[in-house]
Design a protein around this ligand. Structure first.
Ligand SMILES: *Cc1c(COP(=O)(O)O)cnc(C)c1O
Length: 401
């Protein structure tokens, strides 16, 4: 509960208040050394976050969007290439592709998980692409460019179904860049390898965001690329720092996309709590699941396949009359969110690309009917009961009114 007796969608104040002494000492250490960009705090965080993701390398950058952009470039995506992703995501996914000079094609998401549907990816590669003889690469009929990479998005804290995606990618010679910006610590059971794999360790590279509201959030902007490919990591290190191989030796033209030391120090402190915070989110999700069980006909809870250990960045329900329900909850003092109200293919920014309603029906349904409920570490059981009671009240008011 917050000060007004309401239940917030997200509580970013309490965790920082609890860690205040440690966070302030990070700032003090940075002042003492004037090491504000790069340096030992950044390197320490990179080591620790790579280990957390079971990845060999981590390169800290300035945002999740930078991480996606640098990962794509370092994986060899060139201007004129086409990269496949999903429309049910945050626009940063496609911004990064465009900013590399590439174009994007979409395949729709699965109707249960809302992440990339591998069957639709297969159909896209088989039916919506031609095959370049010699190049061993599909060519998009829509863009005319060679398809060189795929970006599955691990949405709401759950990974995409990676085994079939990785299979298709290797068959069609595509790089896989995971958008893991909502999936710090999420796990996927690979039947192929008979083991759990961490988000950020499965593709050629992965992008993480540490925007404040993410499961691991900075006190400002930050991001990271993880990879098992040492050459790719080296390339990202150059790209984030003006293409420098060493000071004032610019091997390529790069960017100003470094991680600053204060954010890295803050992330190190918070990383120590991430496993516990993710567990708390899972407990809260389980409690919501149980509370919603009697409403199974009208509220669909998040689907969790046997291959998934999600970290519940968001707890997203599917219901009819979503907008009215959201209004009802707002009036009851309960914060909610919509992720996302307009699927990327229907955004004004992409109007000239000519997509229309009906092109990706599952993503469109997600935009119309999904609602994100309060979800954060420390969410209280009694507040969850109040949320679910309010959803039930809305359903009964509608059916009797
Ligand atoms: C947050 C997010 C991003 C972008 O991260 P920034 O740090 O805000 O640049 C990209 N993709 C997804 C799915 C995200 O949720």
């Amino acid at each position: 509960m917050n000060a007004n007796g309401g239940i917030p969608f997200l509580d970013l104040v309490t965790p920082h208040r609890e860690l205040e002494a440690e966070l302030v000492s990070v700032f003090r250490a940075a002042l003492d050394t004037a090491g504000f960009v790069g340096g030992p705090m950044v390197e320490g965080f990179e080591r620790e976050f790579a280990a957390f993701c079971d990845a060999a390398h981590c390169v800290g950058v300035a945002s999740g969007t930078d991480a996606l952009r640098f990962a794509l470039i370092a994986a060899g995506v060139k201007p004129g290439d086409t990269v496949v992703t999903v429309p049910n995501t945050f626009i940063a996914t496609t911004e990064a592709i465009s900013q590399v000079g590439a174009r994007f094609d979409f395949v729709d998401v699965d109707e249960h998980t809302y992440t990339m549907d591998p069957e639709k990816l297969r159909f896209y590669l088989e039916a919506e692409c031609t095959r370049d003889v010699g190049m061993n690469r599909p060519r998009s009929r829509r863009t005319g460019g060679p398809v060189t990479a795929v970006v599955p998005v691990h949405l709401y804290g759950q990974t995409a179904d990676m085994d079939p995606i990785l299979d298709l990618a290797s068959r069609y010679n595509l790089s896989v860049i995971e958008d893991a910006c909502q999936a710090h610590g999420a796990e996927y059971f690979s039947m192929k390898e008979h083991r759990w794999r961490k988000a950020g360790s499965m593709g050629q590279a992965a992008a993480f965001s540490f925007y404040p509201g993410k499961n691991l959030g900075a006190c400002g902007e930050a991001g990271a690329v993880t990879t098992n490919d040492e050459a790719l990591a080296r390339e990202v290190r150059m790209l984030r720092d003006h293409g420098q191989s060493r000071k004032y030796h610019h091997a390529v033209e790069g960017y100003n996309g470094r991680l600053d030391a204060i954010q890295a120090g803050i992330l190190r402190v918070k990383l120590q709590h991430l496993t516990h915070w993710n567990e708390q989110r899972s407990w809260s999700a389980k409690r919501y699941d149980e509370l919603f069980a009697p409403m199974a006909g009208s509220v669909t809870i998040p689907y969790r396949p046997a291959w998934s250990k999600p970290v519940y960045h968001l707890y997203v329900i599917h219901t009819a009359n979503r907008d009215e329900l959201q209004k009802y909850l707002t009036e009851a003092g309960i914060g909610t969110g919509i992720h996302y109200p307009i699927p990327v293919h229907l955004q004004a920014a992409y109007a000239e690309l000519g997509w229309k309603r009906g092109d990706f029906p599952v993503s469109e349904d997600a935009a119309d009917q999904l609602l994100s409920l309060p979800m954060f570490p420390g969410l209280r059981a009694e507040d969850q009961r109040r949320v679910v009671e309010a959803v039930a009240e809305f359903a009964s008011v509608r059916s009797t009114g």
